[in-house]
Design a protein around this ligand. Sequence first.
Ligand code: NDP
Length: 282
Amino acid sequence: MTKSVLFSDCSVPAIGQGTWYMGEESSKRAQEVAALQAGLEQGLKLIDTAEMYAEGGAEEVVGEALRGRRDSAFLVSKVYPWNAGVVDAAEACERSLRRLQTDYLDLYLLHWRGNVPLEETITAMEKLQQAGKIRRWGVSNFDSSDLSELLAEEGGAACTANQVLYHLASRGIEYDLLPECQQQAITVMAYCPLAQAGRLRHDLMTHPVLNDIAQQKSITVAQLLLAWVIRKEGVIAIPKASTVQHVTENAAATAITLDSEELAQINQAFPPPNRKMPLDIV
Ligand code: NDP
């Protein structure tokens, strides 16, 4: 069965598609568009992008991929912290919409916390919602203390997502942030779920325990990593994949479950946190 998560009123499959580093080289554009479209066709409905990625270039790739099929996607973009005031956010959102060739975002996130007061960003998001430019809003890279401050602000409880780094080699959020988000019905969007962080490679793919489990299940280590991330309620993984083969593997991972013995083996190799850890970021 395909796992899913809820963003307020909307259910979305628990694996989506990232776009960091897309739109940087025109020679790769057709392949990136094809990968995103293949992902949509295979149920990877959520597409995550940002005004930051390739300074708008990734949004343009997404816009091309969505031509004629906008409604089949749950489209997420992010605003730079220095654009998160009422006037600047309206302009930044308009620019994103233009590059994405659409008139609304399903979700708009504050990319990370900056100097604009949270209160003003909430107002900015509310105005964009009222104008029909965005359906929902959320945040990214917010640790527990930031989240508490946000929730204490008037209107802060409307936050529907927190996009944070989460993969097997970085489990800190399990100690406090993840349970807090679950309790508040804030969906956790796990970025770098394959621990790749753009172009940097982590050694998880070659880890012997993970390779053994993957082999026994006839899946790839990447699929194991994704199935592990989405084992928790209210967590969606947003791997970036620029080949149809990777996308196809990732889509199949929405139906992979791990049994208690496999999870115990994984916990032994990658222990869960037993104390508060500061939120990892890239
Ligand atoms: P990921 O952990 O998703 O890794 C991406 C890398 O994994 C790419 O090199 C990709 O290769 C490769 N890959 C994808 N699928 C497979 C597969 N099935 N088997 C083997 N390799 C695979 O890292 P990202 O840093 O891209 O994070 C994911 C997304 O999260 C970003 O694209 C972005 O949308 C978001 N993000 C948000 C941040 C924030 O601050 N809010 C920060 C960082 C990321 P290939 O491209 O060749 O398919």
